[in-house]
Design a protein around this ligand. Structure first.
Ligand code: ATP
Length: 233
């Protein structure tokens, strides 16, 4: 569904990705891990056209997207839960969800306003509150809900559990477990290796803008040195 081949991305004269390779298949849950500053967000930004790669190829659902604008890429069916949530602070919870509602790809059982509230019942009592007054956890649920309202084929989460209390974090992981059972393809960036190992089919570890290890969860569990060397855990 998503393939990156030899992607090189720069910010001005500073290169962040050095031949990045990655793939996510239909219904697959893949993690992208690595220490701070190794290029995870840049990989996501390259996929979404937020930065344009200098070279390489990015294919989503059979189409080359590496030189397309972000809005066109998103319309092909990629939903982003960005680092730092970036919900619309002055809109209410209801407005945040309705703002992105669409079913361009004709999902037969689409995500709707009601379905998002079933997934995150906490949001139901906050519908008329402006998003800026929500707790961090509620904002994160809103960010996931907003992405789901676009009815994506691939959901990308960049540090979705960062800075959340353990109970709220557990809620987010539970929702991701559910989304996996629904067959949604998911690319997750997170630091919680134990949860990632439970949910993901495959892991990709990067260092200095390129892949240094890939493998399944059992393979990761059998390689404690990999975690120490590349993740510092
Ligand atoms: P973190 O976990 O800290 O978010 P990351 O793995 O997501 O790290 P990136 O944010 O992709 O890493 O950063 C990769 C490299 O690109 C780093 O050296 C960073 O300093 C640099 N970088 C990121 N964003 C920019 C930018 N807007 N302008 C210049 N350099 C940037």
């Amino acid at each position: 569904m998503l393939t990156l081949e030899n992607v090189e991305t720069c910010y001005g004269t500073s290169q962040a990705l050095f031949g990045m390779n990655l793939s996510v298949g239909e219904g697959e849950v893949v993690t992208l891990m690595g220490r701070n500053g190794m290029g995870k967000t840049t990989t996501v930004n390259s996929v979404l056209g937020i930065v344009t790669p200098r070279s390489g190829r990015i294919v989503f659902d059979g189409q080359d997207i590496q030189s397309q604008p972000s809005y066109k890429i998103a319309r092909l069916g990629i939903g982003l839960v960005p680092e730092g949530r970036q919900i619309f602070p002055n809109l209410t919870v209801r407005e945040n969800l309705i703002a992105t509602a669409s079913n361009r790809l004709n999902n037969p059982s689409p995500w709707t306003f009601e379905r998002v509230l079933e997934l995150f019942p906490q949001l139901a009592g906050r519908l008329t509150s402006v998003a800026s007054v929500l707790s961090g956890g509620e904002q994160q649920m809103l960010a996931v809900g907003r992405a789901l309202m676009t009815n994506p084929k691939l959901l990308i989460l960049d540090e979705a559990t960062e800075g959340l209390a353990p109970l709220v974090r557990a809620e987010i992981w539970k929702s991701l477990d559910y989304l996996k059972t629904q067959g949604l393809a998911i690319l997750i960036i997170d630091k919680n290796v134990d949860h990632l190992a439970r949910i993901a089919n495959r892991h990709v570890i990067i260092e200095k803008g390129k892949v240094v290890w890939t493998g399944t969860s059992p393979e990761l569990a059998e390689s404690p040195d990999i975690k120490t060397r590349y993740l510092g855990v």
